[in-house]
Design a protein around this ligand. Sequence first.
Ligand SMILES: Nc1ncnc2c1ncn2[C@@H]1O[C@H](COP(=O)(O)OP(=O)(O)O)[C@@H](O)[C@H]1O
Ligand SMILES: O=C(OP(=O)(O)O)[C@H](O)COP(=O)(O)O
Length: 398
Amino acid sequence: MAQFRTLDDIADAAGKRVLVRVDLNVPVKDGAVSDDTRIRAVAPTITELSDKGAKVILLAHFGRPKAKRDLTQSLAVVVPALAAILGRPVAFADDCIGPSVTKAVAALADGGVLLLENTRFHAGEEGNDPAFVDALAANGDLYVNDAFSAAHRAHASTEGLAHRLPAFAGRTMQAELEALDKALGTPVRPVVAIVGGAKVSSKIDLLENLVSKVDVLVIGGGMANTFLAAQGHDVGKSLCEHDLADTARKIVKAADAAGCRILLPSDGVVAWEFAANARHETVKVNAVPADAMILDAGPATVKEIEAALDKAKTLVWNGPLGAFELTPFDAATVAAAEAAAKRTRAGTLLSVAGGGDTVAALNHAGVAGAFSYVSTAGGAFLEWLEGKPLPGVEALKA
Ligand SMILES: Nc1ncnc2c1ncn2[C@@H]1O[C@H](COP(=O)(O)OP(=O)(O)O)[C@@H](O)[C@H]1O
Ligand SMILES: O=C(OP(=O)(O)O)[C@H](O)COP(=O)(O)O
């Protein structure tokens, strides 16, 4: 099915400077990587190129630093975990373009691995600015994209470079597309989608198409708060994008027209502080105290999700149902993950989940291995599911 060149098509990698786009946007806690799934996913491509004698130069983004050097979002934090997983040293350059990079690349031995600083420190990355693409390309002979989870972004390092240097798909890029096609190419209905998490503005638009592809859309996490507010509920201090109320109402209408049932939380766990073990209460969604925030779905909502999973043949899931990193606001996410895993083990459900934090949540619940397929990608996975061309993949085909 692959319509692009892969590592198999690189005739002689030895001594070549290979710019490898990876997704190292991993969860971090107390200054260390707390879920290394994405690092493990890109390790095979890095080690294969390194073993073939290439100078492996890694490009990645980390967080959303608003196009400026913000050291709280430096990729330096992933170097120890990356080196440990690769089992070889990883050099680090404090920029991704310019003389310091040229110097670091010159110092790299054949087979060496160098990680460049967060590409999003430069406005040219998200702007896909040709001059920035040229500056990145100046340090490479070949380009490999192994960041399927960032392939929905038409950025310089995910899209622009593929037009500027000979371009190849990495092993994870290849494997993800094949696995998703196999699992969800023709999904067995009814299909339930769970969409939660915190990236409301960047994911809400794709729900409008998603409702025509699935039978039930469970909306959770911060995404649900925006829908609840659009219905007139007071969500207090919850994470909520009030200016997206019209979009939310449009999606509900589109779901009605498509015959897709939208399942919104009927209850939630509210807290007065965004902290583990903060004072909390379970309330109906029409009784959220004005000075509190919803940090998790409540037990009645979990029961409704479980009932939807009982009837489902296929589950696609991106975005946790609550702030699962903070006990006890992991309860709904863990319960839903366990319910999906149980039905998958019983053979009644095909379950596919993806996203940096979603995978971390499934690992936290101890059930990632029980899912039919776990993707590194969240937003990219949902866009793939919608049938939207992913710029990072399309550029490899060009
Ligand atoms: N009700 C909520 N309030 C605040 N944050 C939430 C809430 N529900 C979920 N989250 C947060 O959403 C984040 C994950 O969102 P997102 O990045 O969209 O998922 P993914 O990385 O799996 O695609 C988690 O860090 C989680 O704490
Ligand atoms: O973490 C990511 O996506 P995800 O949250 O959808 O899993 C990717 O690294 C893309 O990050 P972005 O949504 O800031 O472009």
